[in-house]
Design a protein around this ligand. Sequence first.
Ligand code: ZN
Length: 136
Amino acid sequence: MEVKAFRIPFPDLQKEVQRSEPLRQLVMKCAQRRSMILSQLTACSRLHDAEERLARWLLTAHDLTGTNSILLSQGFLADILGARRTTVTLAAGALRRRRLISYHRGQIQILDYDRLKAAACECYATVSSLFQNFYE
Ligand SMILES: [Zn+2]
């Protein structure tokens, strides 16, 4: 799926939203989807363990970048997962021992996408479907 994006100053967008019913509906739909994703990920951070969340996040990074190789520091991963570095180290170690990823000096390589998907929490599928069905 190819996605194109444009930038527009916010005051100009406000004017166009008031003028265009299709644009207003699209902006509302986008806001609704973002709200649903935020709710899902908020629940995710409370209910799912770090290993599942790390798998979900790596799959999302893979989908957005189109590569199996991702350069990330443990500090960054800790921030985005809302976890301590030691928790990220343990989660990455568990995924590495299962041969789902390799991890060396911030370079993460996804070794088995399908098995990593199985290791991720259900939030990956839920959020992915919200993105994929956006234009339907
Ligand atoms: Zn989750």
